[in-house]
Write a protein that binds this ligand. Sequence first.
Ligand SMILES: Cc1cc2nc3c(=O)[nH]c(=O)nc-3n(C[C@H](O)[C@H](O)[C@H](O)COP(=O)(O)OP(=O)(O)OC[C@H]3O[C@@H](n4cnc5c(N)ncnc54)[C@H](O)[C@@H]3O)c2cc1C
Length: 449
Amino acid sequence: MTDPKSAPALSADVMTLAGELGAERSKPGWSTFSLAINDDQREIRDWTHAFAADVIRPAASEWDEREETPWPIIQEAAKIGLYGLDMNVNLFVDPTGLLMPLVHEELFWGDAGIAMSLKGTGLASSAIFSNGTPEQWSQWMGRCYGTADDVRVAAFCSSEPGAGSDVSAIRTRATYDSVTNEWVINGQKAWATNGGIADIHVVVATVDPSLGTKGQAAFVVPKSEVRGLEMGTKLRKHGLRASHTADVFFDNVRIPAENVLGGKEKLDARLARAREAAGQRARVPAAGQQVRNASMATFEMTRHLVGAQAIGIARAAYEVALEYAKTREQFGRPIIDNQGIAFKLADMALEIDAARLLVWRAANMSSALMRGETPDYQHGEGSMAKLKAGEVAVKVTEEAIQILGGNGYTREYPVERMHRDAKIYTIFEGTSEIQRLVIARAISGMRIR
Ligand SMILES: Cc1cc2nc3c(=O)[nH]c(=O)nc-3n(C[C@H](O)[C@H](O)[C@H](O)COP(=O)(O)OP(=O)(O)OC[C@H]3O[C@@H](n4cnc5c(N)ncnc54)[C@H](O)[C@@H]3O)c2cc1C
């Protein structure tokens, strides 16, 4: 293991790409995209698909049964450049915003548990990107992934036992110690993907509990450099079993003052404004207004990608079911000869395509948001994409089991695993109910509860 302190900052290549992104921004037609993907997008999608088909898919059942992080596969992905910060920057600079979801869909088509081990780090690095300063990007984002020889994962810790959907209930506390110029973090985080096995933990904590979400900030906690960060119970799950999920405890964890994302000065100014505004009547954010607390900003940037993951699972199950329906014979003919089965498959294909279109629209809007533009969010488009794709994945995988009959219910066939994996997509990164709440508020301008 190399000393994590010497792990790379953003490489020169990455900085060049970031520069190119700036140049691209000024080009006309930035935010437009075509549903016909271009040659570059197709090439990267097909390359990812090949890895998913040749490396991920054959290992899916084994890692699901082992319920362990598939480190050898993460390493293999890093060696070919599919895992790491450079890859993510490459995807990110695609002006249409489509490359990211294309890659996510292919990886999760391979297997959702393994793919989550490859992509879970993105939640932490996105939090650093969306809340941090350029210096913090350089300092921390490379470390989230490590190097091809020494791969790392990162964790984003927002949820707590008492704060899941309700992020305003976060109790983990960050207190500033002016004597040592450090933050002291205390609290318990729940269900953290890569929690405790990561080096970089991005932790959402409250600095001023009286201000609710406005009193929160995100902090970078490098496990290898602190004392008091302990992994709690590793959770045994229904699905996504090749992805590690655990509680994380913070017991007087001290980190330098500069580890607050965005910087302490900016945080102090934000808290002062919030205190000034406190007491005024709570205002419902207008449709399209950006949500600005630390965890919500991260979710906004990544929500459609969660939808793309769900579509990958749904497509995988649909393909297995289609093939099975063409070959399985009952009553002397393939079962697809019955409208009862063929119509199920038609609906599955339709729903997958509908969900993908919502994801692509939200992806395009999200790429505008990341460039500092204000996309015309009217209907909670990010939430629509995640909601639709998650529910489609659950429905399609369930129908796939139905089409495979008894075989579908066994571990001899992959659709039962896909169904278990799909279910999380109506729960994490905002449950289906919370997505409906966001959409309902966006379309009505009212504080629906
Ligand atoms: C595998 C896995 C990985 C995860 N990874 C991470 C991670 O990396 N980082 C992280 O921070 N968190 C993570 N989570 C946590 C996840 O984001 C939460 O589980 C999720 O936000 C829901 O919170 P909860 O479980 O507390 O449910 P609750 O908020 O308690 O909700 C329970 C039920 O009540 C409903 N409900 C709640 N409020 C309302 C309302 N106002 N209106 C209508 N219905 C409502 C919900 O929709 C749900 O059906 C992960 C969870 C899992 C299972």
